[in-house]
Write a protein that binds this ligand. Structure first.
Ligand SMILES: *[C@@H]1O[C@H](CO)[C@@H](O)[C@H](O)[C@H]1NC(C)=O
Ligand SMILES: *[C@@H]1O[C@H](CO)[C@@H](O)[C@H](O)[C@H]1NC(C)=O
Ligand SMILES: *[C@@H]1O[C@H](CO)[C@@H](O)[C@H](O)[C@H]1NC(C)=O
Ligand SMILES: *[C@@H]1O[C@H](CO)[C@@H](O)[C@H](O)[C@H]1NC(C)=O
Length: 884
């Protein structure tokens, strides 16, 4: 029992620190926060305070108490990093660079810290002929040795990256940068120091509960990690989920990456759910909630599961201990008791846990996060003299358990320093340096490789680059999926070819559930009219509850007339269920019993975008919300266009097909009209789509391409900006068709006059310009003049960034937040993307004021009765001969 006075002191100091650091550490949107006593962000080579990409404040080292001391007085220079296309922000606008040693000394509290070194290699004038090769030490630890940031950045194909270490210190934390020799220089752009609780990753013999101490794999003895060791983060993964940005972490500003690059199994699908975890077994700051929301598991096919492993692989340096932390949280409502789902855990081909049983660890409580730590020594098993090797983490279901399915939610891997305090790989001779091989193919983001190549000699770096390239080539890439409820998305690569995750699964019931008609009747109260949330040409959409009423879903019951044959239905399900992305409404299952055809989708509590834009009872969406929604939807469409070898074209992009989840995150729904594109310009037999959104090029040529979706999306962008429907009788003939009218207004310079009145004064002019420009480019007449969805997504993100920067500046001036932006009085979109002619676009193909509507189809769960779909080419006969 503690007495009151002991309690008070920490409480008071807690509050002091809390208020001091409030603006740095607390993001009001994330309540689960550890308040770090030290939270230092130093922008090296800068003399001022500036805000970084994630809105955290960086302090310039010049003139601060962190100004580095140097071996040779003031040999180091500071540099303005050359500006590139993208907006560079702290700490990547300046660098400290020197041919001689320099040391930063940080006064800090006692205890373990995260130390993150941020590098942005660039050509610094005066240093052209020489190379960056240097060692970084902290006290007795060697963090990096003969390390070259430019070589690593080249192999990562990243402009900038960081390396993260954990070090425990007393009072002072020193960081010394030592160039390899006088011909080489050392540099650093940013240093981040964040305190962590004593037992987050370290463990000591005293007072540590045995179950939290890592198990030494192979020996089954506890392996204590005390302060004599430094750790280097190798990877930190949100398994089955998307990127979690540092600001979304629990106060440690850790970055959690998608596991796409490491994941090696096939045919496995992530399960997504959202819930508030029950932190009865571990501290609530151990990992952000969202890592438990996505799970990789093997699926329902028990026999097949027994023949395979859930496998992740990563390259490691030999001769070091590695700490592997596996995060679990049982979220499958089908598992209720200890023993039902058990599996073995193998690390580096050794048994780490013969009988892992998460439900038993959590005392049969679901939604209870827990983690297990393992330490393994990386011994050379292959060729003599190898310095690196791929190591593997395998989960294998036990045949004597009921579920025969393994799963994982998160994974962290650290390299431990050796007995000399060294973390750098074994050193090699320094060869002459060709540039690191870079594949031109794509500007892909390979954050994972940051993890490796840690401060090793150049040859090792070079070898590892080759290894990496080979390793990469040997596996197919998957899309870094976005977590539905996270604010951010992952800019993962489009796949080349099918994804590993979906490739093997051609049988629907592995990928999505097959419900019996009884299940569906129970879920919808026998198709009760009151549960209808949408009606359309395909059939009604019901809100239903499955899994004993614990999960809300949207159930689409196809009309008898729109039902295809059972085989087509199955084919469609197979295709649909392969399309999984955080910005697509996911298909949970289907039913085709008793002549019914039923699709079960995830339920989107906030309905359609359209319901939030037009004559709505809902609060108007803020400009930022609108931008987020557009970016999300764009990324969903981008995925459709790139996830397979041939683009999957949506064909009916519209505001009623963009649904909103409980956090107002956007998901594209109803790919019912999508067909696999046969090739880039597949010729289809009927024109499908919705009036007002229809690509004139498509209507003319009857050729559907991914650019048709881009056109429709451009119309959505104008709807979002103007709060007007794509086709609105209310405004009279001239203004009937929003896209055409908006283009005229842009020509006349009056576009600002027709924006949603609610948005007036709320859009930063620079953001407005970018947004209008994107929208205008999307609705260009010719498909080839339009940007790709990827361009659209990037430009919209840029627009959001501009808005956030402008808001931040305004908030500084007007902390009460009652500012308005000036109107953009005269504005014409400029900066044509492709070979578009300057001047008026042509409007010779107004196909919208014609014709009988053949079939009306509002899609799930659309309530927008005014939107109509045309499915007959007859409508276009007048215009279809305009083409080529
Ligand atoms: C996390 O745990 C701390 C300490 O146990 C507690 O004070 C805090 O309220 C918890 N936060 C949440 C959001 O549960
Ligand atoms: C850190 O640097 C300071 C000043 O250069 C020095 O006095 C101190 O001994 C150093 N501490 C360690 C642990 O190296
Ligand atoms: C699963 O992994 C273990 C340990 O790494 C290995 O021994 C076993 O052969 C693997 N099984 C399959 C089916 O790949
Ligand atoms: C860098 O590598 C070279 C070549 O292996 C080695 O001789 C030298 O000691 C290393 N430098 C440092 C500071 O470790």
């Amino acid at each position: 029992m503690r007495n009151l006075s002991i309690m008070l002191t920490p409480t008071i100091s807690f509050f002091c620190i809390f208020f001091l650091l409030y603006h740095i550490t607390v993001d009001s949107s994330t309540p689960y926060r550890y308040i770090a006593a030290d939270n230092i962000l130093v922008d090296c080579g800068s003399s001022s305070k500036s805000t970084g990409n994630d809105d955290r404040d960086w302090i310039g080292d010049i003139g601060s108490k962190f100004f580095p001391s140097e071996e040779d007085n003031l040999k180091s220079n500071t540099f303005q990093v050359p500006k590139e296309g993208v907006v560079n922000k702290a700490p990547f606008t300046t660098a400290r660079i020197s041919y001689s040693e320099f040391t930063y000394v940080f006064p800090v509290t006692d205890g373990p810290k995260f130390v993150r070194l941020h590098f942005h290699p660039a050509s610094y004038s005066g240093y052209e002929g020489s190379k960056d090769f240097f060692t970084v030490k902290s006290g007795s630890f060697t963090l990096l040795r003969n390390f070259s940031a430019s070589v690593l950045a080249g192999s990562l194909q990243e402009k900038s990256f960081f390396k993260e270490f954990c070090i425990s210190v007393e009072k002072k934390l020193n960081l010394t940068f030592i160039p390899f020799s006088t011909d080489f220089y050392a540099f650093i752009n940013g240093i981040e120091i964040v305190s962590m609780p004593k037992n987050l990753y370290y463990s000591s013999q005293e007072g540590q509960s045995e179950e939290k101490v890592p198990v030494y794999v192979g020996q089954f003895t506890p392996f204590y990690i005390d302060y004599t060791r430094a750790l280097e983060m190798v990877c930190r993964l949100n398994v089955g989920g998307g990127l979690i940005r540092p600001t979304e972490d629990t106060g440690f500003f850790r970055k959690w990456s998608p596991d796409t690059e490491y994941y090696k199994s096939q045919g496995i699908i992530p399960i997504n759910a959202s819930f508030t975890p029950n932190y009865s077994k571990i501290m609530n700051y151990t990992a952000p909630d969202i890592i438990y929301w996505s799970t990789m598991s093997q699926g329902k096919n028990k026999d097949k599961n027994l023949q395979s492993n859930l496998t992740w692989e990563l390259p490691v340096d030999l001769g070091f201990y590695y700490l592997v932390r596996l995060h679990f949280c049982e979220i499958d409502t089908g598992i209720s008791y200890a023993g039902e789902r058990r599996f073995g855990i193998y690390i580096d081909y050794q048994t780490a846990e013969a009988d892992a049983d998460v439900m038993s660890w959590t005392h049969e409580k679901r939604y209870t996060p827990i983690y297990k730590d393992y330490v393994v020594m990386m011994k050379n098993k292959g060729v003599d003299g190898e310095k690196q090797q791929i190591f593997s983490i395998d989960l294998h279901p036990r045949s004597d358990s009921l579920a025969r399915d393994a799963f994982l939610n998160g994974m962290e891997v650290f390299k431990l320093s050796d007995s000399d305090g060294n973390l750098a790989g074994p050193n090699e001779i320094l060869p002459s340096l060709p540039a690191a091989p870079t594949t031109k193919e794509s500007k892909t983001k390979k954050t994972i490789f940051i993890a490796i190549g840690s401060g090793v000699g150049f040859l090792v770096v070079l070898t590892s680059v080759c290894c990496m390239v080979l390793w990469k080539l040997s596996k197919s890439r998957r899309y870094g999926s976005y977590h539905p409820l996270s604010k951010y998305w992952c800019w993962g690569d489009p796949y080349k070819g099918k994804s590993a995750r979906t490739k093997a699964s051609s049988l629907p019931d592995e990928v999505c559930r097959n419900f019996s008609l009884d299940d569906i009747r129970i879920a919808t109260n026998n198709f009760n009219e009151e549960l209808i949330i949408g009606r359309g040409g395909f059939g009604n959409v019901y809100k239903g509850l499955i899994d004993d009423g614990t999960m809300a879903v949207a159930i689409k019951r196809l009309n008898p007339e729109s039902r295809q044959g059972a085989r087509e239905f199955k084919t469609e399900i197979e295709m649909l269920s392969q399309l999984r992305h955080g910005h697509l409404v996911s298909l949970i299952g289907y039913s085709n019993d008793g002549g019914e055809m039923v699709l079960v989708y995830e339920y989107m509590p906030n309905g359609t975008l359209s319901e939030h834009l037009f004559n709505t009872k809902n609060d108007p969406l803020t400009w930022k919300q609108r931008l987020d929604i557009c970016i999300g939807a764009a990324s969903g469409l981008h995925y459709l266009h790139t996830c397979m070898k041939n683009p999957v074209i949506h064909r009916d992009v519209k505001a009623t097909n963009i649904l909103l989840d409980d956090k107002m995150g956007a998901k594209v729904s109803d790919f019912g009209l999508s067909k696999m594109g046969l090739n880039q310009t597949a010729v289809s037999t009927v024109v499908k789509g919705t009036l007002g959104y229809l690509d004139p090029d498509y209507a003319r040529r009857n050729q559907v391409t991914d650019k048709s979706d881009v056109y429709s999306f451009g119309v959505v962008l104008f709807e979002v900006l103007c709060g007007r429907k794509a086709l609105d009788q209310k405004f009279g003939q001239e203004q009937l068709h929003l896209a055409n009218w908006a283009r005229k207004c842009i020509e006349k310079g009056t576009i600002y006059e027709i924006i949603d009145p609610y948005l007036k004064g709320k859009i930063a002019p620079e953001c407005f310009k970018v947004f209008v420009e994107v929208a205008e480019n999307c609705v260009r007449d010719q498909g080839i003049e339009r940007p790709t969805m990827n361009d659209v997504m990037e430009r919209l993100e840029f627009a959001l960034e501009l808005q956030q920067n402008a808001d931040a500046t305004q908030e500084e001036i007007n902390p009460r937040g009652d500012f308005t932006y000036q109107e953009v009085l005269s504005f014409r979109a400029s900066g044509r993307t492709t070979g578009a002619r300057a001047g008026a676009p042509q409007h010779n193909n107004n196909v919208y004021n014609i014709g009988p509507v053949v079939e009306s189809d509002t899609s799930y769960p659309s309530l927008d009765s005014e939107s109509v779909t045309v499915t007959s080419r007859d409508v276009f006969t007048e215009n279809s001969n305009i083409t080529t």
